[in-house]
Unconditional design. Sequence first.
Length: 282
Amino acid sequence: MIIDFGATPPIKTLSLGDGSHLANYRRVYASSEKDAARGETTLEQWFANVDAAGIDLTVIKARDVETTFGGRVTNEAVAEVVAAHPGRFLGFAGVDPNKGMTAVRELEYAVRELGLKGLNLQCFENQLAIDDRRMYPLYAKCVELDIPVNIHVGVNFSLKSSPDFGRPEMLDRVLCDFPELRAIASPPGWPWVQELLAVAWRHPNLWIGLVAMRPKLMAVENSGYGPLMQYGRTVLKDRMIVGTAWPMQPMDRVLDEVRQLPIEDDIVARWLGGNARTFLQL
């Protein structure tokens, strides 16, 4: 079973809207997004590409950045997409930690009533550190609901936010305070990859999302991604999870690049689905 841990199908309600704070991402990913036919792919074509790539399940994520950048992909919209396409999607909720207890209540409703299966936090968009105390009620609620949390870790390319919000060391402090929290750091921490690997080695409940990156870079000398492959095929082989990040990258290319890495077939199978099944408790 292949699980894509992070893609955004071409459905209008899953668009963040203006997204002007992410304009620099379009520059950074321009070539890759052109290859993925961003803005030109219909939903029917997208499903055909998913089937051709052999992807069985796609994780889609809500986002709430209303208090900082005025945008939102609602939990209701994600739940509607999941319901409209049975067996094709698994949805994560998105709430804004800056909204305090309103965010906590929205998360509980999204899980208990809408059927969403996790929480998505893009801390750089909320302009909050991973270990900011405003995040803690949400981490506690995730533990109570027994759901995982996806946390953006690593540099961000928004020129309206600070890259400091993605430092892995902050995630270490959170996991010390919430040892039961099931978390995934995605993207995988560049340029602080080794720092993230150390945090994951320390904490058995932390997975690493190989998302929004070219997998082939793990085999390129001096790319900064190399340690992910070394540790991902040894001590952390059960905690690496691949996501295509479509429309940032073509889906089939991501999967093909993983398969072409100098790693064992059983490791490839773990990265492309086995580990996600465990993380998502499927």
